[in-house]
Write a protein that binds this ligand. Structure first.
Ligand code: NCD
Ligand code: ZN
Ligand code: ZN
Length: 407
């Protein structure tokens, strides 16, 4: 007898099925069957409820350390859980930054103590091949290059080639030109380089990447954020505009539409939040700190795109769940026997408006404020354990993805 059976409507392997029984044993899914089968404890989904795999977000900033006033590992990963995201990959521009194996080790012990969801960490630009090798041994999932690192791109490409460390780039030149940076990067990389473009936002950039992907092969990967997929500079109201500063800046309607269409064309591989919290004071001050929280609303926002007919469910789940889990090499991201039971129950019969006041993130604002959604997170399971059910149910328990094994 399984520990729990979840019975109801679900999307399995990209297909919507009206009645499925998902059996959970310990941390994993032990069977998936059409119809109601088995006996023992049962969670029967209500009308309008839908069971989906939870998401993996490859691009988050959880702050903490010297910036714990903006966000900390506990509040950031609580926001993840509340948003149906049960695995996150952190970016290294913390204070102090994660630019050495020692800093990475320290970060991993903080995450082990405080994270509510499973995690991985990118390191910042490393200059020595030995350091990259040590970082890989510790489990780093990639090396993130920021605009200021691009001057020394050749050095980092060399480190990457010699160590096997994958690269992730924030492609923007000083002054903020994404397309120029993409062009420069594409001219320098080779077919066997493993490189992921973070938060691509411009049609011109994506067109160049599409050509290069065809020419160079599959090792180029592209992330897009919900804000670049769903918001444009032109559409913002006064209130959203106050806090909408972000890198890259929100683009035009045409850019937004082109990047969105890249989801179905498969030139956009991942949807990632770029959850980047600051205090409201930092946002509205002269400095206009770039970035805003996104973990809590990414999945409901994108699911609404499916419910309103603008995106296929199989595409959506591929970009939010399956592909990022594959990138991290973990058995998650689908409702499949042997995979971890990382699941989310959505209510798709409600209509609700985003209100950042309710965020578990310390940053309680969003340019999506007031937006109407057709999907709301009801409950979230992380490796078989109910971690969120309208409120957070755990104080920690997140694991380093390196510890997660194929079953
Ligand atoms: C990010 C941040 O605040 O750390 N800000 C942002 O606007 N995206 C940095 C980044 O991802 O480039
Ligand atoms: Zn960035
Ligand atoms: Zn970022």
């Amino acid at each position: 007898m399984a520990d729990l059976r979840i019975v109801g409507r679900a999307v399995v392997d990209g297909r919507l099925i009206d009645e499925v029984t998902v059996e959970i044993d310990g941390e994993r899914i032990s069977s998936v069957n059409v119809g109601e089968v088995g006996s023992g404890p049962r969670l029967l989904l209500g009308k309008g409820q839908l069971l989906l795999p939870s998401a993996t977000d490859l691009h988050v900033h959880l702050r903490d350390w010297n910036q714990a006033y903006k966000e900390d590992v506990f509040t950031g990963t609580s926001a993840a859980a509340a948003g149906g995201v049960t695995t996150v990959a952190e970016m290294p521009n913390t204070s102090p930054p994660i630019r050495s194996p020692e800093a990475l080790r320290e970060r991993l012990s903080l995450l082990a103590a405080r994270a509510v969801v499973d995690y991985s960490v990118h390191v910042g630009a490393l200059e020595k091949v030995e350091d990259a090798k040590r970082a890989l041994e510790l489990g780093a999932c990639g090396m993130k290059l920021y605009p200021e690192d691009l001057e020394r791109l050749e050095d980092y490409l060399k480190v990457s080639r010699e160590s096997g460390m994958r690269l992730v780039v924030h492609a923007e030149l000083e002054g903020g030109d994404e397309a120029k940076a993409v062009k420069m990067l594409l001219s320098r990389i080779r077919a066997d380089d493993d490189i992921r473009f973070a938060h691509i936002s411009r049609a011109e950039s994506l067109r160049m990447i599409e050509l290069a992907k065809e020419g160079l092969g599959a090792r180029i990967k592209v992330e897009a954020t919900p804000h670049h997929l769903l918001l444009s500079e032109e559409e913002l109201d006064e209130n959203s505009r106050r806090i909408s500063a972000v890198r890259p800046p929100l683009a035009s309607m045409a850019d937004k539409q082109y990047v969105f269409s890249g989801l179905e064309r498969c030139s956009v591989d991942f949807i990632a939040s770029d959850h980047a919290p600051h205090t409201l004071e930092e946002k509205v001050s002269e400095r206009r700190a770039p970035g805003f929280p996104g973990l809590e609303i990414m999945y409901p926002l994108m699911l609404t795109e499916w419910l309103e007919g603008r995106l296929k469910i199989s595409t959506l789940l591929k970009k939010l769940c399956k592909a990022p889990a594959e990138y991290l090499g973990i058995p998650k991201g689908d409702i499949r026997k042997g995979f971890y039971a990382d699941l989310v129950v959505f209510d798709t019969s409600v209509r609700w408006s985003i209100s950042a006041r309710d965020f578990l993130s310390k940053a309680k604002y969003t340019p999506f404020e007031g937006r109407k959604l057709s999907a709301k997170v009801v409950s979230v399971f992380r490796r078989g354990e109910l971690v969120y059910n309208g409120c957070l149910l755990v104080k920690g328990g997140g694991m380093h993805v390196r510890e997660l094994k194929h079953g």
